[in-house]
Ligand binder design. Structure first.
Ligand code: NAP
Length: 351
């Protein structure tokens, strides 16, 4: 185990990154946090508040994924770089502008700066399970009954599944860039669908949107039978920190606790919250979803290759190598809703 001294985290105000910052500050680490616009403090006020209550020390810097060299000032003196910044949006007008360029050029930018800053010994990259598979039905092509770290997404492109494509290109580029030098190493975290208490109301992450739509009545007519590998945001943060600290950490790590359909998630929430929210109570027939897909921003190809297709993951490496003790999924989901119900300050006390 190596102690962490000064850690750079990109996109520090994001849903996942905020939890990494919180846990690092609790451990007394100095955190260099990059945000896109430093003058917009409302996006990272929650981090300033956490900094007041923890032994670590937070320094905020401005950097943009698309601006070459913009991470340099923030990286000076850091031993570890955690690169989490990347848009997590499922529907975009222009897949290059909205997803692929920030993911791929952003990773290149950050790692080119790592090549220049001699204090950096390790990079922890936030990839995703969608760099492992593109469509749920890919499970039938991998030759085993559950996705593993050896699998790669080979089915996404800019027109079909652009977010998975952006994450796959970015992770592949990171592996190429680490191989051509020998000063720093790379450890990758591949989380499934991240759920659990948000520390701020400001994130546009699909994780937050999905939970809002589950509770605000948007999905009350029913949901597609979509199977997702779900994981708690607090476990994802722990995994990043373990990946940075453990000397022998290497390669990719699937972070998934349990595969659940949207309806199963809704049923867990109904047990806890009863009829307080207009939670979905049924699954819509696949044929109906296929029929209306273009009117709700989905392609028929997406529906065909994902709706009604169960998936499974082998998460044993995260348990054995990173020491992850998965938080029960019922707690993940109910803590998420409880955090949405209270303000940021109370939320911090309750999680
Ligand atoms: P999020 O809350 O939207 O965070 C995304 C972060 O990226 C934000 O800080 C955002 O800054 C930043 N960002 C986006 N474009 C940028 C740009 N051009 N320059 C600088 N920063 C930029 O989403 P999240 O769910 O926490 O996702 C964080 C990471 O986890 C991403 O790499 C995502 O692919 C990965 N991941 C998420 C999940 C999940 O279920 N949530 C699952 C697997 C992997 P602004 O706030 O200024 O937009």
């Amino acid at each position: 185990m190596t102690d962490l001294h000064r850690v750079l985290i990109t996109g520090a105000n994001g849903y996942v990154a905020s939890w990494i910052v919180k846990q690092l500050l609790e451990q007394g680490v100095t955190v260099h946090a990059t945000v896109r616009n430093k003058s917009n403090t409302s996006k990272y006020q929650h981090l300033l508040d956490i900094n007041e209550q923890t032994p670590g020390s937070l320094h905020v810097f401005e950097a943009d994924l698309l601006e070459s060299g913009s991470f340099e000032e923030a990286m000076i003196g850091c031993d570890v770089v955690m690169h989490t910044a990347s848009p997590f949006i499922l529907q975009v007008d222009d897949p290059y502008e909205g997803l692929i360029n920030p993911a791929l050029q952003g990773t290149e930018n950050v790692l080119e700066t790592v090549n220049k800053i001699s204090s950096v010994r390790r990079v922890v990259l936030t990839s995703s399970v969608v760099a492992i598979f593109g469509d749920n039905q890919d499970i039938n092509k991998v030759g085993h009954d559950r996705f593993t770290e050896a699998d790669w997404n080979t089915t996404s492109n800019a027109d079909h599944q652009p977010y998975p494509y952006s994450k796959t290109l970015a992770e592949r580029r990171a592996w190429q860039m680490v191989e051509v030098q020998d000063r720093w190493d790379l450890v990758v975290i591949n989380p499934g669908f991240v759920m659990g208490p948000p520390l701020s109301e400001q994130s546009g992450s699909e994780s937050i949107k999905t939970m809002q739509q589950m509770t605000d009545g948007t999905l009350k007519m029913g949901v597609p039978e979509l199977h997702n590998g779900v994981v708690d945001v607090r476990n994802v943060a722990e995994a990043h920190i373990a990946a940075a600290q453990k000397d022998h950490a290497e390669g990719r790590h699937i972070l998934v606790n349990k595969v659940l359909t949207l309806l199963e998630m809704s049923e867990i929430l109904r047990q806890e919250f009863g009829s307080k929210y207009a939670l979905p109570k049924r699954e819509l027939p696949k044929f109906l979803i296929w029929l209306v897909a273009p009117t709700v921003g989905l392609t028929r190809k997406y529906v065909k290759q994902n709706v009604g297709c169960p998936i499974a993951f082998n998460n044993s490496k995260s348990i054995e190598k990173l020491g992850i003790n998965y938080i029960p999924i019922d707690k993940t989901l109910t803590d998420h809703i409880r955090a949405m119900e209270v303000g940021t300050k109370e939320k911090m006390a309750s999680v």
